[in-house]
Design a protein around this ligand. Sequence first.
Ligand code: NAD
Ligand code: DAU
Length: 350
Amino acid sequence: MNKTILITGGAGFIGSHVVRNFVTKYPDYHIVNLDALTYAGNLENLRDIEEKPHYTFVKADITDALDMFRVFEQYKPDGVIHLAAESHVDRSIADPTAFVMTNVIGTVNLLNAARQIWKDDFIGKRFHHVSTDEVFGALGAEGLFTEETSYDPHSPYSASKASSDHFVRAYHDTYGLPIVLTNCSNNYGPNHFPEKLIPLCIHNILNSQPLPIYGDGKYTRDWLFVIDHATAIDLVFHEGKNGESYNVGGFNEWQNIDLVKELCKQVDEKLGRPAGTAEQLITFVKDRPGHDLRYAIDASKINKELGWYPSVTFEEGLSKTIDWFLNNKEWLESVTSGDYQKYYDKQYKD
Ligand code: NAD
Ligand code: DAU
């Protein structure tokens, strides 16, 4: 093994794709996946690779500073790819403190553990912080977020991610910690937890439940297939410039209402049902407080400097995603039983 890479949050949606990519592509690396297995973490996401000899899973909570020192001491990672987070905006509106704990304190705990174990000898070391475009705030009808856009977070989730980004840069500027950041737009794909718009709508179509659209449905997001995000993380981790950040996006903006109609169309086709069947479930509901109007990413830096570009069109990615959910109904049922129902009722029925 020539390197040990610690990936946090590797049992979650994006993390599981990052872990699979690294385990498959780098047999010489020891991949250590550290995850607390919250409601969003699921080892079912990694069944196909869990027996690989160069893969280790560690159940641990990044809010526990002492445990982070212990894990870093035990595995002595050369690189860290940090994805563990509370990731859902609506949950952050209901309970901001959990987001401060994991996203801010948890990130600082990892930075401290990395500093301690690397002892200011940073050759061959790297801390990659995975972040979001939501730190830049909201766009009007025009314009794109670049790496130079000022931070202007609005939700408790984006405020916590902005804070964590600042801490990562502060450890670089103050202690010389080698870091890179990626700020990515909305992901979609296999294993997406059905609290987020696309998997929630797929789940509800399959169960003939309303498709809840916040406000007028004209909010706009830039969607990226999760495997393309995993590829971008791989590239930036290995080839990104020390201290720099890279925006990652799909060049693919959709208003929520148009996206949900496209999803309905594809699901109807795949199920062999008359066009318009799923669309009848669309229901406009109370808006999200502080809802950001539009996110859109200028991904030209990662494109020009590292040659990254999304590998699939949105129609292809969405089709692959729907196929995955249709072929993995047990996964969907298992993650929507129990506590999910309580969350759903509180969010959509209270
Ligand atoms: P997710 O909610 O699906 O997964 C988060 C993972 O982190 C889970 O496995 C969970 O168990 C783990 N985790 C949570 N709290 C933890 C703690 N205290 N200690 C250890 N593990 C903990 O999230 P995701 O959508 O896969 O997002 C991953 C990262 O990417 C996050 O940092 C998020 O901010 C960022 N991001 C997400 C998107 C997106 O569209 N989902 C876009 C850009 C950036
Ligand atoms: O932009 C990157 C971010 O994308 C990530 O940092 C976050 O972790 C991720 O959750 C995602 O945030 P969003 O809030 O944009 O994703 P979500 O799927 O929750 O919502 C997408 C859009 O759909 C948003 O405008 C809100 C709207 N929406 C969402 C839900 C859950 C609805 O209209 N109805 C819904 O039920």
